[in-house]
Ligand binder design. Structure first.
Ligand code: RBF
Length: 336
């Protein structure tokens, strides 16, 4: 009898320690931390929309959206305030800088749980992350940018532009190499004109940099610049040049200028993962990577400037999209 009790106590202790990996209470109160400003950045607009949809589907669940603003040096304190308020069970956020900041908060508030989209961190028992294969996303718009460049200016310079807000690991290791791989898949002679704005909001500076890229011979630019990307679209419209867009909702910004948009299904992903976590699925501690094969990276063909491209060009591009979904070329990522 005594031995049975000891054994039962041991099992109870083991269960309790396992439970430490997920919260003892149900997750119901969600804070969505936008590291920047949602308006003008499709990736953040989709973050908010996806979390709102997930919470709306769970009886009793609540959500509050907190914008961190553009001063990145304040984000850690703002996250700490969210944790210290004691109001929230789950913090949902998005971008590759957030896993490191959230890990610091998790160390001090062991009850709080985190879901981070567009980021990668394995093995922290309080944090679940999902990274997009943005090498694939970059490849798609690189391929299209090359085709458009050669169509608009046959025999002209093989140059395309990238105007970025700042350098960061997914830009350096996925987006830019993917974009260059797409350009070179069409013609290995392509080269990149790169410019850096220094923030995610200065559309005037982005426009000025875009003009210098067009002066250097480029016909097409990819902005990775959040709201500042609008400046690239206005410079391109002024000079009758083109833009390829990233993430979502690009065509309406320049119906004659934005020739293509490589999409992330961030709204669907955030909705699915937040819903699963609120329903108690034990994803904390894991880091997933999703991409073209499972439909989280794709292309939106529904823009007037895309429809106006020559049918042959679109056919060639759409073959490249299909090939990419089937792993050709293969950008498989098993970690980051
Ligand atoms: N992307 C945006 O669209 N808007 C932003 O304000 C924004 N801020 C970022 C801040 C940091 C520190 C980092 C690392 C990335 C940021 N991103 C932002 C980029 C975002 O994570 C993603 O790479 C791009 O949206 C392209 O998909």
């Amino acid at each position: 009898m005594k031995r049975t009790l000891v054994a039962l106590a041991a099992v109870a202790a083991l269960l309790a320690s396992c439970q430490g990996r997920t919260p003892a209470r149900d997750l119901a109160s969600v804070a969505v931390f936008v590291p920047g400003v949602a308006s003008g950045s499709p990736i953040y607009e989709m973050l908010v929309a996806g979390a709102e949809k997930a919470v709306a589907g769970i009886p009793g669940a609540r959500l509050k959206v907190i914008e961190g603003g553009y001063d990145q040096s304040t984000w850690l304190d703002k996250l700490r305030d969210i944790a210290a308020s004691g109001e929230f069970d789950l913090l949902v956020t998005s971008n590759p800088a957030l896993p490191e900041l959230c890990a610091k908060i998790a160390a001090d508030w062991p009850e709080l749980r985190f879901f981070i989209a567009d980021g990668y961190l394995e093995g922290n028992p309080a944090i679940h992350t999902v990274l997009y294969n943005q090498a694939e996303q970059g490849y798609l718009v690189g391929y299209l940018a090359a085709l458009v460049t050669m169509d608009r200016n046959p025999g002209g310079p093989l140059v395309a532009g990238l105007v970025a807000a700042q350098r960061y690991p997914t830009l350096d290791r996925l987006i830019q190499p993917g974009f260059e791989a797409g350009l070179k898949a069409v013609d290995p002679g392509f080269r990149l004109e790169y410019r850096e704005i220094g923030n995610w909001y200065d559309a005037n500076k982005a426009a000025e940099l875009a003009r210098s890229v067009f002066d250097a011979g480029a016909r097409v630019i990819l902005p990775i610049a959040g709201g500042a990307g609008l400046g690239v679209v206005s410079a391109a419209t002024e000079l009758d040049r083109s833009v390829v867009w990233f993430d979502g909702a690009g065509y309406q910004l320049g119906p004659d200028t934005v020739v293509g948009c490589a999409t992330l299904a961030q709204d669907r992903l955030v909705e699915e993962r937040v819903k699963a976590l609120l329903e108690g699925k034990r994803l904390f501690g894991t880091a997933d990577i999703v991409g073209a094969a499972d439909g989280y990276v794709g292309f939106d063909p529904g823009g007037p400037a895309y429809a106006a491209l020559p049918a042959e060009l679109r056919l060639r591009f759409e073959t490249a999209i299909q090939d990419l979904r089937e792993g050709k070329p293969d950008f498989t990522l098993t970690g980051f």
